[in-house]
Design a protein around this ligand. Structure first.
Ligand SMILES: C[S@@+](CC[C@H](N)C(=O)[O-])C[C@H]1O[C@@H](n2cnc3c(N)ncnc32)[C@H](O)[C@@H]1O
Length: 624
């Protein structure tokens, strides 16, 4: 009795420990190694950096710690809306964001934390010929703005990461490590990431993903057959596959769907004995090992006798076997004397098949198909060298997304992922949404189309989505519900903040006074500021925005009253009371209000306003 009690206590404490470990692993998989939890690594999660002692299993390189710090930093920039380049601005739920993806991911961190179902990325493979962005640890945003400006003014400054560079793998690892760390934060509990890569960096990528997502969350290394013809000028082997590494946010919650059964699979089912249950195929009755319950002699209808070969046994017990014979579920061949086999009915098999890890081009396309798809949309012209086939990303989305899921590609190139999402939605009428991120990398030759010029890859991506959406609508025009296909997208561009930075050390009183009068950067409009507020406040960029004039001032309601914003000056009590009435009309569960710094007419108005807001259950009042 005493022993029993001690055991119970032990069991309980073990469970708590295991539960704590599981929780910590879910939050910070990177602090676990094969030796267990590394406390120094845990410290870095909280911003305390400890010199690497290298005395535990660890993958490291020059600059890793700086990349880690960068992934924990905040962007000083914002995303500015660009309605002119968007499509269906007022109704769409899709986003196209131009900018360096590290800064963009930092900016999306709050609004999209835990909201993304899948991330697909196809980063530079680091072949020596592709552009690998060099982050600046001093001022990454400035670095980006300078780079994009240089392109306009001085021509091509977009260098490739040549394999002659002594930091060839290091540069690539630093670039990927920071981005993947933030990417993980955006995935929801049952989310996953798929990363295309080739042999050049697959081993490095696998190692950093094992660290960032946790080795236990490695799901598969899919092999995609990317070429159909052998290349005889290849030195040793004609390489015809890429890898797609898949990791789950947490494998416990991952759900990968089945692929639809093909006609070829169904054609294997026949009905040799006219069974009223329909088509069937036969399966082995023997199992590979020896189970006592499966050791018995079977006598077939024509009298032949069969025993399991040595070391093996029948799959079912004798009792179950007898039941199956009575139910006509055992097949002895047309003469009744073959080794018995189990009948498997088509009507009883799963409604689909598990995806295998080798993806053939016949099923998901190859590189040439991808280029042709893009060319077809652009009247035969080739504008982008390394697209992926629509079918490839469509399969990834099919297997791992559902109605309303959000798909992110932050190395989106020609925006194949957006095309794939639209194509899949046009087939099953679901409403998956996408976010594409792409740096405006200059294209070698500026091309002019009938309806605009392409000077960078973003121009190609946006135009592709416009054309692909229209094409899908046209191709499916007779399909019921196709009018609900969301072929639009909102364009945002990475830029410096709309709010002036106040530097108390270096600015004069005159500067201070002008800052107090107007703390918004010149040339920026209210909408720019509104979206900056949304990002900082954690509201998603497609949330509905309504505006209303109250006592002569412009008041915005974001997300049906979740946030009210008034950026006008000279705010009076009438405005404040009007906002309270607006809130009562919308009845949001919680609400907050943002005014402009010094937006109130005077300090008495400000004090009274705060009092009114407080008595009306609006506790959170902020200024910008
Ligand atoms: C291999 S391509 C992606 C192709 C894409 N999957 C498609 O089907 O068109 C990689 C893309 O990542 C972009 N890229 C590289 N560094 C970036 C960065 N820091 N931020 C955003 N995009 C970047 C490159 O400009 C390039 O277009």
């Amino acid at each position: 009795m005493e022993n029993l009690e001690i055991k119970k206590l032990d069991g309980l404490s073990m469970d708590v420990v295991a539960e704590n470990k599981k929780k910590l692993m879910e939050l910070f998989p990177e602090v676990f190694t094969e030796e267990g939890i590394i406390l120094d690594k845990l410290k870095t999660v909280f911003g305390e950096y400890v010199e690497d002692k290298d005395d535990y299993y660890n993958f490291t390189w020059n600059g890793k710690e700086r990349a880690l710090r960068l992934s924990q930093a905040q962007s000083t920039g914002t995303l500015r809306p660009c309605k002119e380049e968007s499509k269906n601005w007022d109704t769409t739920q899709n986003l196209y964001i131009e900018g360096d993806n590290l800064e963009v991911l930092m900016l999306l961190r709050k609004s999209y934390h835990g909201k993304i179902k899948i991330i697909y990325i196809d980063p530079p493979y680091n072949t020596g010929k592709d552009f690998v962005y060099k982050d600046s640890y001093k001022d990454n945003l400035k670095n980006y703005l300078e780079l994009t400006k240089q392109v306009d003014e001085e021509g091509n400054k977009w260098s490739t990461n040549s394999d002659q560079n002594g930091r060839y793998h290091t540069d690539w690892l630093n670039m990927m490590y920071a981005r993947l760390r933030i990417a993980r934060e955006l995935l929801n509990k049952n989310g996953s990431i798929f990363i295309s890569i080739d042999d050049n960096e697959v081993s490095n990528l696998k190692k950093i993903c094992d660290e960032i997502f946790g080795e236990d969350n490695f799901v598969a290394n899919l092999v995609w057959e990317k070429k159909f013809a052998p290349q005889n000028d290849a030195k040793w082997f004609s390489e015809n596959h890429d890898h797609i590494l898949c990791y789950a946010k947490s494998k416990d919650y991952l759900d990968i769907k089945l692929l639809p059964r093909t006609d070829e699979m169904n054609n294997r089912y026949k009905n040799y004995d006219n069974d009223p249950r329909g088509l069937w195929t036969s399966d082995n009755l023997l199992r590979k090992d020896e189970q006592k319950s499966g050791l018995y002699t079977i006598t077939t209808p024509n009298g032949s006798k069969y025993d399991p070969p040595s070391g093996r046994s029948w799959r079912v017990s004798q009792e179950k076997y007898n039941e199956m014979v009575l139910d006509n579920r055992i097949w002895f061949g047309s003469e009744g004397g073959n080794v018995p086999r189990i009948k498997r009915f088509l009507s009883e098999v799963q409604d689909g098949v598990k995806s295998q890890t080798i993806w053939k081009f016949g099923d998901v396309g190859h590189n040439q198909e991808a280029s042709q798809e893009l060319r077809k949309l652009f009247s035969g012209e080739s504008y982008f060298d390394t697209p992926k086939p629509v079918r490839l990303i469509e399969r990834i989305c099919y297997l791992s997304t559902e109605e309303g899921d959000l798909i992110l590609d932050f190395f989106s190139g020609s925006a194949t992922a957006a095309h794939s999402v639209l194509s899949l939605n046009s087939k099953d009428c679901k409403k998956r949404k996408f976010i594409m991120v792409q740096i405006p990398e200059k294209v070698e030759k500026i091309r002019t189309l009938s309806d605009g010029a392409f000077s960078n890859i973003c121009d190609i991506g946006k135009e592709r989505i416009r054309r692909a959406g229209d094409k899908l609508l046209e191709e499916n025009k007779d399909k019921e519900g196709i009018e609900n296909l969301d072929i639009g997208f909102k364009v945002f561009k990475l830029d410096s903040s709309n709010i002036k930075k106040w530097d108390a050390n270096n600015q004069s009183l005159e500067d201070y006074l002008s800052y107090m009068v107007d703390n918004f950067v010149e040339g920026r409009n209210e909408e720019d500021v509104l979206y900056e507020i949304m990002l900082k406040y954690g509201i998603d960029l497609t949330a509905p925005i309504e505006s209303r004039s109250i006592a002569g001032k412009n008041v915005y309601s974001i997300g049906f009253g979740a946030l009210f914003v008034c950026l006008d000056m000279e705010i009076t009590i009438d405005v404040v009371e009007g906002i309270v009435a607006y809130k009562d009309e919308l009845e949001p569960a919680r609400t907050s209000i943002i005014f402009r710094d010094n937006g109130f007419k005077d300090s008495t108005v400000k004090t009274n306003a705060l009092q009114i807001l407080r008595t009306n259950d609006i506790e959170e009042v902020m200024s910008i």
